[in-house]
Design a protein around this ligand. Sequence first.
Ligand code: EPZ
Length: 429
Amino acid sequence: MESIVVKGGRKLSGEVVIGGAKNSALPLIAATLLAENGTSDLDNIPNLRDINTIVRLLEGMGAEITRSDNKLKIMTSAVNDFQAPYELVKTMRASILVLGPLLARFGKARVSLPGGCAIGARPVNLHIKGLEQMGAEIEVEHGYIIGQAKRLQGADISFDMPTVTGTENLMMAAVLAEGITHLRNAAREPEIVDLAVFLRKMGAQIEGEGTHTIVISGVEKLEGTDYRVMPDRIEAGTFMVAAGISAGDIIIKNAPLAALGGVISKLQEIGISIEPLTDFDEDAILAGTPVRVRRESLELHSLDVKTMPYPGFPTDMQAQIMTLLTLAQGTSVISETVFENRFMHVFELQRMGADIEVEGRIAVVRGVDTLSGAQVMASDLRASAGLILAGLAADGETAMSRVYHLDRGYSGFEKKLEALGADIKRIST
Ligand code: EPZ
């Protein structure tokens, strides 16, 4: 097993480069299943456990994939197996993203139901309901979703609530369906825009991505193409908090600022200065911009945070901003409206001296003067990042176990922090 050990007190300085977005790369890789012929060349793919999992998943279906540095060359013309086995899906829920493409291109799929995870039950009923509206026959038995369809038909689908992978799955199902599909109350995340741009380059007809309603006109076939994944807005937001909590002063080389609106305004209100180093287009949500991030005031200011679907404050930044607020002056109220159990990091922060009270989906955070280093345990991907951020500011040493949670979504996180001056290392225990 591995742990990450960090000694607090260092002020971060220097430059960090943000990698490609995990939550864009995963649907983009799944979308290559839609290409009848031709190769898809994807660039800026982050080096993550979850990427390794979806690559293994597609190779198991017969896709030919070559990898060099952060590039993937994917050929799916020879795909002849339409299954996503439990052994792989249980390690990564996002495997559900192959369901839409498999039904669209091959008319059949057998995908393990993704289990829940630490942050919630994570049902996929909205994915299934939308596909059935498009004419797929779906059975759920023995823990598998078994689907088939002669040819999916366009449909008018309205999601009960915005679902990121649900919107992505139905987009990928609709691009080869017969007729027009409306996705209403669609999720608006930047990663969905990234996927739509890629699908359009493959030959799909899509409009409205990034708004509540996406309209897709099915086409006969799609071709492989090349594409560069957008920068990871959550990794960028995590490093912004790292600069703030360590009272540092860093340059983030390619932060997708236009995709971080809700995060930037909150961090500035808390007392972190975030200055773009070049002009940037507020509408260019897929572009990266160099930005200088530093603690502006000696004190951090408390404030209330409510996680919401994009463009609201992202749930994937909740653990990180909570960690920052444990050291703010005053009391902050954090409402986690997206997932039902995304406060697992609270118990570990309390062991470090944080004053937090949880009532259902509300956490009340009363600022303390210092945190103290402790042995802590990661519970999920973003909680693990939050605990390391706490260690950067804590008195003494913090040792975090279950590092595999971190490696699912952050590539070389401790190495990037070490390069910024943190006293941090990964040890085998
Ligand atoms: C995506 O998960 C992300 N994962 C998550 O990132 C992110 O936290 C989440 O969106 C919210 O932004 C990927 O993109 C791979 P949802 P997803 O469907 O699509 C309910 C990370 O840290 N729901 O938008 O699974 C659901 O229970 C991960 O990188 C249904 O009820 O999230 C939740 O309460 C963690 N039925 C809400 O909708 C469904 O069929 C939003 O979930 C689907 C969702």
